[in-house]
Design a protein around this ligand. Structure first.
Ligand SMILES: *Cc1c(COP(=O)(O)O)cnc(C)c1O
Length: 428
């Protein structure tokens, strides 16, 4: 019996074979080999516009800062820049890549944590706005230079996220300053004659629910009001961070943009007026939301092994290529790209080539009968996929192909064996 799988854009079932943004993934795998990341330019643009439009309908002054760490491929950065995105950076390397892909310094915000003095010097020289994460960072920065724009990362004491590693606010978080400390930091900055200000929070990642934002934004604005009234600071922007989730599991719902607009953006506008905060930009910093579902990972089945307790499907991508399942226990949909019409027949672990037992892309997953040579597609890998990949086990990193202007284009070549040794020096 042929089954019809429910596929979301840009995935399509054409006669049992998976197509991605109009191209046969089988042909892409043949041409570029596996493991292979395939990215859809169109989907990135659609995601950006859907989010931007939902926000701007409710408040006129919106800035979308793309969080580069989700996927820092230069072509991805460029595409988002062409849509009007700003850039959220967390390291000098990301600032460097942002500059390289055409973002001017005034379109970037640096939100680091545990930042070195030479890094602060780099940011000051680059003229990038700094969002400080501690009084220590602020004091050290002001000894080096007075930044053009300064913002303080607030811990609004409300966090959320798909995994404890990804909750970035609340009582146990290393990030941000608590209310009283933030007031002191702004006073320090004002005394040092910083002229332009923002205020920031980022509460976590992979948040599907609007409620944590409602509470955290209320808290952030109440702190902004105190800073405004007690320290005398006008805010150019109020940045409420990223974290907007995407559905990974079949039962997950889409992030409800309409609810976000009505329950967060609407009240934001009201409170900003009520508190006399002027007309600051409302900034958001989505990473995952913009790029996650715009990419799939193609991987070939090497071995099929049956043990008394399990069936293992061994593929050529492991946690060196996609670490999220191992690192966070994350769920990624896996489909047999050349057998879309075949019904699920058995439960398998999809495992990689890394010599560690934690190396699994999927566990106890219902799949059709899988054979050696089959092509699997792991979905929703555009965020924290390639960017977290490594050369562990001395495996060169995968290639990235983008479907761009109606054709596939290699946007990162596959690493070769030489790349494993490029920065090593052989001892005499
Ligand atoms: C990682 C990060 C983001 C983006 O998080 P997503 O969950 O990918 O949207 C935004 N802001 C800061 C400061 C970050 O560190």
């Amino acid at each position: 019996m042929m089954v019809k799988r429910k596929l979301r854009e840009p995935l399509e079932d054409r006669k049992g074979t998976l197509f991605f943004d109009g191209f046969s993934v089988k042909e892409l795998a043949e041409k570029y080999d596996t493991p292979l990341y395939v990215v859809s330019e169109k989907r990135i643009r659609d995601n950006y516009n859907r989010l931007h439009d939902a926000l701007i309908r409710n408040y006129k002054y919106i800035r979308v800062y793309y969080a580069a760490k989700a996927n820092s491929n230069l072509t991805v950065l460029k595409i988002l820049k062409s849509e009007g995105a700003y850039l959220d950076t967390v390291s000098p390397g990301e600032v460097f890549m942002g500059l390289t892909s055409g973002y001017t310094p005034d379109r970037m915000l640096f939100t680091g944590t545990s930042v070195r003095n030479d890094e602060l010097k780099f940011l000051a020289d680059a003229n990038v706005a700094v969002n400080v994460d501690s009084q220590s960072e602020l004091d050290r920065l002001l000894k080096i230079a007075v930044p053009p724009v300064l913002s303080v990362r607030i811990n609004p004491e409300i966090g959320a996220g798909h995994h404890t590693h990804c909750i970035t606010a609340g009582p146990d978080s290393k990030f941000g300053l608590m209310e009283e400390d933030a007031l002191k930091a702004y006073a320090t900055a004002k005394k040092a004659r910083v002229e332009r200000f923002g205020i920031h929070m980022h509460i976590g990642s992979g948040i599907l629910d609007v409620e944590p934002y409602v509470l955290a934004v209320e808290k952030l604005l109440s702190i902004a009001k105190r800073v405004h009234d007690e320290v005398g600071i006008e805010f150019e922007f109020i940045d409420i961070g990223g974290g907007f989730g995407v559905p990974y599991k079949p039962e997950d719902q889409e992030f409800d943009l309409a609810a976000f607009a009505s329950k967060v953006v609407g009240p934001f506008k009201g409170k900003v007026t009520e508190y006399g905060l002027g007309k600051p930009f409302l900034c958001v910093e989505p990473g995952r939301y913009l790029v996650c579902d715009a990419s799939i990972l193609l991987t070939t089945v090497n071995t099929v092994k049956v043990t008394p307790s399990k069936k293992f499907v061994g593929v050529d991508a492991g946690f060196n290529t996609l670490v999220r399942p191992t690192m966070y226990g994350s769920y990624h949909p896996v489909i047999v790209a050349n057998k879309l019409g075949a019904a699920d027949k058995e439960t398998c672990d999809v495992v990689g080539p890394i010599c560690e037992s934690g190396d699994a892309l999927a566990k106890d997953r219902a799949l059709p009968l899988v054979a050696e040579g089959d092509l699997l597609a792991v979905l929703n890998v555009g965020a924290y996929g390639f960017s977290m990949s490594s050369q562990y086990n001395a495996r060169p990193r995968a290639a990235e192909v983008m479907i761009r202007q109606g054709k596939p284009m290699l946007v990162r070549k596959r690493e070769q064996l030489d790349d494993l040794m490029s920065s090593q020096r052989m001892a005499e």
